[in-house]
Design a protein around this ligand. Structure first.
Ligand SMILES: [Zn+2]
Ligand SMILES: [Zn+2]
Length: 387
């Protein structure tokens, strides 16, 4: 961390911005290193100081050690996967073609730029726009943003279904690792809960410990004032503190999963053709859960990628993917949805949003031929909607 200042002043050969970036990169690992140190210490304090030095009953020792290691392994595994799973970026089909890119850069008027984007987005599965009804385009990555995708300034890339950039894992939480992140929260809660619950009785014993240094003068079930005291007391405080702080975050994310919302979408509703809709991607609680955890329950608690979809296409309440299901779905469409009476066409929003070209009739005609193209692209289909 320190050499950055020296590097910057050195003859100016090395670009200061480059040094700054390196420095930032190293500093970004500090929270992760902090967590790793706390976890490593908690391992030592629990296994060595508590189980080996303090607990006398062999049965208790074995049970504690087995459960502890189980939760420790699951916690470390899911934390590792959250940190080291690279954020997923949009596929190349969302990038502008070379000619479009050149044209886009030459154009100065925003309307003409939108025209180019609208044309490029025509065959893409894009259903959301900016609040001003413009195609969501990332100037930095030079691509049309898929639904739920956002540019992360910390990672400097567009991240699919971006939730937030988490400093504690030094990574973006998004489509590729959202399940791992949830499991990381869950297993850290279980880890802290188990440690706090099993340490409690020794915490109380140490708190009221026998001040006499030799075992001979001490009553039988009192603990001596040993080095373990410090570790056990701290272990309880740290575990309880982390448990309380993670609990609120985990509860919030459980609520988000149930609603099929990312943290970003919870703050700013995605803009659909019918206007902003916070529940635009919600398919009902159990289907929302499966979107993140997958269809097979046996993999739900393992930090293995099982989320549905490809991160670019998302089934929504309003957008029906498969033409064959159109009638079924439109019947199931909740009456309260403010949309048009016909099912939401599979055509990207782009054209309808063009104030100059807006022509729903022309659009509806064209949408039928596009459905054939789209149905090949879509990976999973909403057949019926739960409300
Ligand atoms: Zn970007
Ligand atoms: Zn990020």
């Amino acid at each position: 961390m320190a050499p950055a200042g020296g590097g910057g002043s050195r003859a100016g050969k090395m670009a200061p911005s480059h040094v700054l970036k390196c420095c930032q990169k190293v500093l970004a690992w500090v929270p992760v290193a902090f967590i790793a140190l706390v976890v490593a210490w908690s391992y030592y304090a629990y296994v060595v100081e508590l189980c080996l030095f303090t607990i006398t009953s062999t049965g208790e020792k074995v049970v504690y050690l087995v459960i502890f290691h189980l939760s420790f392994v699951m916690f470390v595994w899911s934390y590792w996967k959250t940190i080291f799973t690279s954020p997923a970026s949009p596929s190349s089909e969302f990038c502008l073609s070379k000619t479009d890119k050149e044209q886009y850069e030459k154009e100065e008027r925003p309307e003409s730029q939108q025209e180019i984007l609208r044309r490029a987005a025509k065959d893409l599965p894009v259903y959301t726009t900016t609040t001003s009804r413009a195609i969501r385009y990332c100037d930095r990555c030079q691509l049309i943003k898929p639904d739920r995708c956002h540019h992360c300034s910390a990672c400097d890339l567009c991240v699919l279904k971006m939730d937030h950039h988490c400093p504690w894992v030094n990574n973006c939480v998004g489509f590729s690792n959202y399940k791992f992140f949830l499991l990381f929260l869950l297993y850290s809660l279980l880890y802290c809960l188990f440690v706090a619950a099993t340490v409690l009785q020794y915490f109380i014993k140490f708190w009221t410990l026998c001040r006499r240094k030799s075992a001979e003068n001490c009553p039988k079930n009192e603990l001596l004032d040993t080095r373990a005291k410090f570790h056990v007391l701290f272990l309880f405080f740290v575990a309880a503190m982390f448990f309380i702080s993670i609990l609120s975050l985990f509860s919030y994310h459980c609520w988000l999963v149930g609603k099929n919302r990312s943290t970003i979408e919870a703050f700013r509703a995605p803009m659909f053709r019918n206007g902003p809709d916070k529940n635009g991607f919600s398919l009902g609680c159990s289907k929302n859960l499966k979107e993140v955890f997958g269809d097979e329950k046996k993999y739900w608690l393992l930090p293995i990628f099982t989320s549905l979809g490809d991160g670019c296409n998302f089934p929504t309440r309003l957008v029906i993917m498969d033409p064959e299901q159109l009638t079924v779905s439109s019947q199931n469409e909740p009456a309260k949805s403010s949309g048009p009476s016909q099912p939401f066409p599979t055509r990207p929003l782009s054209e309808s949003q063009n104030r100059l070209l807006a022509n729903d009739n022309q659009w509806a005609e064209a949408s039928s031929e596009d459905e054939n193209v789209k149905s090949g692209v879509k990976k999973h289909i909403v057949v019926s909607l739960e409300s």
